[in-house]
Design a binder for this molecule. Structure first.
Ligand code: GLN
Length: 447
């Protein structure tokens, strides 16, 4: 059914890069045998899934939507790919994205842009735009995305589905092609909060193959879905609900707060004074880390090798010039500049200091509140082509999502109605580190 849905409908939205029909059917048959033999069945038994194409999958091409990796066939499964398979899920397809997860509209895919299923003139968001659009199109039971600065939550909001970024360290990054290692985190995109809890349960946990994976207990996320939010204290940062936020988005979020109030929660306005510095700090740090991480793509070790080079340096230059798209090159140049010895203190170090101030902003609020709530995005989805010529405009769209990554916190985006245009609006709930349970409980009670 999943393959049929892709074949019949995906032409309209272009969310899929590669379908593994044969592999998926073979795995499904094995699962059938398990059932017949009466073996214990996994938590995600029989559920067809689509994975963002920056998650390494054995035997299924993994391209990061980059021409550079257009021929890369991994010889191993990343931890998350392995975990979902072990839980009985069938990986059916790999999904489109902004190249190397850099972007917020899917227009940076090295192959073709994905379109928003609610209106195909609009972007699905990014960088996990393929994962969100495919979920909205119901090609799969769930999809996986990755979130470095909003790439799960923003496309989930634009496509009217649920997207959860776990706490940094909750889910292994082993086999996730690195963009910015101190920020990247894999998480589920689903049609509702309960499904997100199931998928998180299956993929969370310590992993010795990822040195930043946290060795903390994984709670039973499903048992947190009680529907009870009585006495819950919600902080709403005035910087993320006032100026710069579209009025339809603000009204939808205020209506959601009313609903939570009627369920027994209370809310008050709070302040995150360093919010205006979050986007510049994020783009300096993420680009710095990316410039280092992407040094491995040299035309020798992975992917496509330029065939017009006479010596090693030329081979590097040509392979990188031909393999990377314009946005990836822009980030590598930005990051290399920020890390260079003459500018390190002025940019990279300063951005790290701002990161600490943002963490403190969150800590101050969490001393008195259980969760923070605000829009996922300042506006609903924008038109394809509308922002491609202005990278700064595109970057500023990330104001509601990047602070959470800088602080490593868990956050979910849940649909909270529609704008007059018919496009979905997303509401974001941010929790304390490793408190996905409360985030899920509040989202589920609201939904
Ligand atoms: N839009 C942000 C960026 O372009 C976020 C990307 C992400 O989370 N992978 O960097």
């Amino acid at each position: 059914a999943s393959v049929a849905s892709i074949k019949e409908h995906d032409d309209q939205i272009k969310s899929v890069l590669e379908v593994d029909e044969e592999g998926a059917l073979a795995h499904a048959r094995k699962l059938d045998e398990q059932l017949v033999k009466g073996e214990e069945l996994g938590l995600l038994y029989g559920l067809p899934a689509g994975l963002k194409d920056n998650m390494v999958t054995k035997g299924i091409r993994t391209t990061c939507a980059s021409k550079f990796l257009s021929n890369y066939d991994p010889v191993y499964d990343g931890t998350v790919s392995q975990k979902v398979k072990e839980a009985g899920s069938v990986i059916v397809a790999k999904l489109n994205m902004d190249e190397f997860a850099m972007g917020g509209s899917n227009e940076n895919s090295g192959f073709f842009p994905t379109k928003n299923p609610w209106n195909t003139d609009y972007v699905p968001g990014g960088s996990s735009g393929g994962s969100a659009a495919a979920m909205a199109a119901r090609h799969f039971y769930y999809t996986l995305g990755s979130d470095t600065g909003g790439s799960i939550r923003q496309p989930a909001a634009f496509c009217g589905v649920v997207g959860l970024k776990p706490t940094y360290g909750r889910v292994s990054r082993f086999g996730l092609v690195a963009f910015a290692s101190s920020l990247d985190q894999i998480g589920p995109i689903t049609k509702n909060v309960e499904d997100a809890a199931y998928v998180l349960q299956a993929i969370a946990g310590h992993d010795a193959y990822d040195s930043t994976s946290a060795n903390v207990e994984v709670p039973d996320f499903l048992s947190s879905l009680t529907g009870d939010v009585k006495g819950l204290r919600i902080g709403v940062p005035k910087e993320l609900i006032g100026e710069g936020i579209d009025s339809e988005v603000r009204d939808a979020v205020l209506a959601a707060l009313k609903q939570l109030e009627s369920l027994g929660a209370t809310w008050s306005e709070v302040s995150m004074p360093h919010t205006e510095y979050a986007v510049p700090a994020y783009y300096l740090l993420a680009s710095s880390e990316a410039s280092s991480n992407l040094a491995r793509f040299d035309g020798v070790r992975y992917g496509v090798r330029a065939d017009n080079a006479d010596n090693l340096i030329e081979l590097y230059k040509e392979s990188r010039s031909q393999g990377f798209g314009p946005e990836v090159k822009r980030r590598i140049m930005l990051g290399t500049y920020a890390l260079s010895s003459g500018y390190y203190d002025a940019y990279y170090k300063k951005a790290q200091q701002v990161r600490t101030l943002i963490i403190q902003d969150f800590n101050n609020i969490f001393a008195d509140f259980d969760v923070i709530l605000h829009p996922t995005t300042p506006t609903t989805a924008f038109k394809i082509g509308e922002k491609v010529d202005d990278p700064v405009k595109m970057y500023l769209e990330d104001i509601c999502t990047v602070p959470v990554n800088l602080a490593g916190l868990p956050a979910i985006s849940v649909p909270c109605g529609f704008a007059k245009s018919g496009l979905p609006i997303g509401l974001q709930i941010v929790g304390k580190a490793f408190d996905e349970s409360t985030v899920l409980r509040v989202a589920h009670a609201y939904e």
